[in-house]
Ligand binder design. Structure first.
Ligand SMILES: CC(C)(COP(=O)(O)OP(=O)(O)OC[C@H]1O[C@@H](n2cnc3c(N)ncnc32)[C@H](O)[C@@H]1OP(=O)(O)O)[C@@H](O)C(=O)NCCC(=O)NCCS
Length: 239
């Protein structure tokens, strides 16, 4: 068995495989348009609500990212199913800096989400695979994200420590994940990843933005404790 990045010619075939997983075949993977903004924010709010802490900020992040200089509109994809947007992915530029002080542009995604009613049906995977090959065809050497490893190892992501890619403090957070698109790109160099400042949000602004949406109960869930552990977990080199 050989796992590799799909090429441009295989795109339609891959999309058809994902489509065939659904009884109805009117699944449409397409770029987000202005008319979708509210629907995408509502979907994102539903998917992340009470997931990491009571409430969520990701719908505000969608709004903020779209107007940011690092936002990559060519990778702003949605999945539409039966006329309803059920999945969304957004990308930004990020920057790798190595120990020779060279800077290389990479990309990062997030938020990525699937409406709770449509999760575990392969839609999240479909958007990752679709955009992954677009990024590879753009000549970008790697996708670097912060996320739950459980969701991404199956797509080829590894922890940053395996490529000597750390955060700007030189540490290897559990959730710092790297997908190498050009084999051998990282070599023996040490790298630091600088994410876009688009992800630094002001909580008051996020709370204010949330008032535009229907009121929803903020609740504690024990899984939020797991998230608090994960974001304080770091990997260390062996020995
Ligand atoms: C995380 C998320 C984006 C994944 O998208 P998804 O469409 O639910 O994921 P997929 O269906 O592509 O894959 C998820 C699982 O479903 C399984 N799966 C895929 N198709 C399936 C099917 N037809 N039947 C049963 N399981 C299926 C996959 O094998 C995978 O299993 P595993 O991870 O437990 O091994 C989505 O669940 C989500 O939006 N969650 C809330 C927000 C979030 O956490 N975002 C990511 C932040 S890091």
């Amino acid at each position: 068995m050989k796992i590799r990045i799909s090429n441009k010619k295989e795109q339609t075939e891959i999309e058809n495989i994902h489509k065939s997983a659904f009884e109805k075949t009117d699944m449409n993977i397409r770029l987000e348009t202005k008319n979708d903004y509210t629907q995408v924010e509502e979907l994102t709010r539903e998917a992340f609500w009470n997931l990491y802490f009571p409430g969520c900020n990701e719908h505000y992040l969608c709004h903020r990212l779209r107007g940011h200089k690092d936002f990559i509109s060519e990778l702003d994809y949605v999945v539409e199913l039966d006329g309803k947007i059920v999945t969304s992915i957004m990308y930004t530029h990020s920057y790798l800096i190595n120990n020779d002080e060279e800077t290389v542009q990479t990309v990062s995604f997030g938020p990525l989400c699937v409406h709770p009613d449509y999760q575990r049906k392969g839609l999240g995977s479909a958007l990752i695979e679709k955009t992954k090959s677009l990024v590879a065809n753009m000549g970008v050497p790697a996708i670097i994200i912060y996320g739950d490893p459980h969701n991404y190892c199956k797509h080829g992501f590894k922890n940053g420590i395996d490529y000597q890619v750390s955060d700007m403090d030189g540490e290897y957070p559990l959730g710092l994940l790297v997908l190498e698109l050009q084999p051998g790109f990282f070599g023996d160099k040490k790298w630091k990843i600088m994410q876009s400042d688009a992800y630094n949000i002001d909580q008051n602004e996020a709370d204010e933005f949330d008032k535009r949406f229907q009121e929803k109960e903020k609740k504690f869930h024990h899984n939020q404790e797991l998230f608090k552990m994960n974001i304080r977990a770091y990997l260390k080199h062996d020995s």
